[in-house]
Design a protein around this ligand. Structure first.
Ligand code: SF4
Length: 203
């Protein structure tokens, strides 16, 4: 088994099998050598389309067409990949996100429980209320409610709705982002030379 390193993390791919829905694609299981439990809620608030399971201690999201589940134990399950090489590329990207999440945790502390609960309880009806509600079809959906559903599923992004980018809808867009992505790790600085030590991955 090949050991990979990225962003101070060590991981390996332990299982590769054909996808159940498409046997031309593969699903993988990987293991990161890190306790990811402290950052799970931060990841949940960062991923625009995510589910958080307290019972299973994991966050599931759709990223770049792949369903990805991150467990607190460091296990990662990923589906709908072309091959192992693509899996490793996705895992490296994931390691960058984990790194930023730990930096966020160190700087800001854990995710606030009321924000986590708010995102857990969001539904398509509430998202629909924050959309322009013109049913114009600019998003290639049949209307705003259909868009709210695919937005929740992670199949579309907020900015696939043209009208919401208009100045007059700025408040709606801001409210929508706050519900769907209350933490944006893209703005966390990446450079942290002591991260591996901080994570307890080296002395
Ligand atoms: S583009 Fe926006 S306003 Fe138009 S139907 Fe889609 S979600 Fe509604």
């Amino acid at each position: 088994m090949t050991i990979h390193t990225a962003e101070g993390f060590t991981f390996s791919v332990s299982e590769i099998k054909p996808c159940l829905a498409d046997n031309m694609k593969v699903r993988i299981i990987a293991q990161f050598e890190a306790d990811l439990t402290p950052i799970l809620e931060i990841l949940f608030l960062h991923f625009r389309n995510a589910n958080y399971s307290r019972n299973l201690v994991c966050v599931t999201t759709k990223r770049a067409g792949h369903s990805t589940t991150v467990f607190g134990s460091g296990k990662v399950a990923m589906t709908y990949l072309k091959d192992e090489q693509e899996a490793i590329g996705q895992l490296v990207e994931l390691a960058k996100t984990f790194s930023k999440a730990f930096i966020y945790l160190d700087t800001n502390g854990p995710a606030e429980s009321d924000i986590v609960e708010k995102k857990e309880s969001i539904n398509a009806l509430q998202i629909h209320k924050l959309l322009p509600q013109t049913d114009c079809g600019d998003c290639s959906e049949s209307g705003c409610f259909a868009f709210a559903t695919v937005l929740m599923n992670g199949e579309k992004d907020i900015d696939d709705c043209g009208p919401i980018k208009l100045r007059k809808n700025a408040d709606k867009r801001e409210a929508l982002v706050k519900v769907i992505q209350p933490i944006n790790l893209d703005f966390v600085r990446e450079d942290r030379s002591d991260l591996a030590e901080f994570l307890g991955l080296k002395s």
